[in-house]
Design a protein around this ligand. Structure first.
Ligand code: AMP
Length: 294
């Protein structure tokens, strides 16, 4: 019984670099052969399949791949909304590739509300998601399917607005468009089929998920170290955000001074460090954490 699992990721696009980086941080190394679309791994029972994002849901559903990394908007478009009826499930939100699928209109259009689009024309590469949305709002509009450069449609006067992915908004701005209504938000997710795998593959999936969780948890936490008088400990604890611990250590020849080490679950801003200093802490260090297994 094979324990090897195959993971589909985007071959080239917005998610590729961050996805490859995630595998690297999980300690999973792939042979790097330029142009090869199926990469073997030397130190983990996993294979990486480089494909188009839009093909990933199908590969995972058909069992060609056991896992896939893709934007959640792609599942919504290709298969349908996530939930009981969907044969795919999200096993982990990955926290990158965040964007939203939005309706946008020409900068100087008289847009007040969604009725602007009623009986109008909307250009998009996401026709199924858009039609589902229009139906949910009882709107009738002509959906014009375009596979790329959707932003150009209003200036060519073939559409009254567009429905496209927006991240920073720069593309809309450069094409004299403005965001009018957010239909859904999206981010990179790790998916699998709801069908059971063989027990050995299930074990590999669990091991892989533990590593991914370890990397993501570590990213959201920081390790903080400082020195202070023992008498200031309570004040310092009240300033530290989302703190676990802390560990308290004596400092050799430090007198009443102690070293305080803690893992914080929340961001540590400059203000937090200033407040810690005011509470009596000195030599405050904030360090990134590479991996965590709870
Ligand atoms: P931006 O100019 O940053 O708002 O990005 C918009 C352009 O990038 C549009 O062409 C989108 O289709 C594309 N885009 C933005 N975010 C994503 C994403 N997470 N996944 C795929 N395409 C995206």
């Amino acid at each position: 019984m094979s324990e090897v699992i195959r993971v589909a990721i985007q071959k080239s696009g917005k998610l590729t670099e961050k996805s490859l980086e995630l595998f690297k941080h999980c300690g999973i190394d792939f042979e790097s052969i330029k142009g090869r679309l199926l990469l073997k791994c030397e130190n983990f029972p996993i294979e990486l399949m480089m494909v188009r994002s839009s093909d990933i849901p199908e590969y995972v559903m058909d069992g060609v791949c056991q896992l896939g990394v893709l934007g959640s908007n792609v599942i919504e478009e290709k298969i349908g909304p996530l939930g009981n009826d969907n044969p795919l499930e999200v096993v982990k939100k990955l926290g990158y590739g965040r964007c939203r699928l939005s309706l946008a209109v020409p900068k100087n259009a008289e847009y007040k509300d969604l009725s602007y689009f009623n009986m109008g024309k909307i250009a998009t590469s996401y026709p199924k998601t858009l039609r589902r949305f229009l139906n949910s709002q009882n709107l009738e509009a002509d959906v014009i399917e375009i596979s790329g450069s959707v932003e150009i449609a209003p200036s060519l006067q073939i559409a009254d607005g567009i429905c496209d992915l927006v991240s920073t908004g720069t593309t809309l701005f450069s094409n004299n468009l403005r965001e009018a209504y957010e239909i859904l938000s999206s981010e990179a997710v790790l998916i699998r089929s709801k069908r059971e795998l063989n027990p050995c593959q299930e074990k590999t999936v669990s091991r892989f998920l533990q590593r991914v969780s370890g990397v993501l948890t570590a990213r959201s936490r920081k390790y903080i170290m400082m020195n202070a008088l023992r008498s200031n400990l309570d004040k310092i604890k009240s300033v530290l955000p989302g703190m676990e611990g802390p560990s308290i250590m004596d400092i050799s020849n430090g007198g009443d001074k102690i070293a305080i080490h803690a893992v914080c679950r929340e961001p540590i801003f400059w203000e937090t460090m200033e407040n810690l200093k005011e509470a009596g802490a000195s030599s405050i260090l904030v360090l990134p954490i590479e991996k965590i297994i709870d």
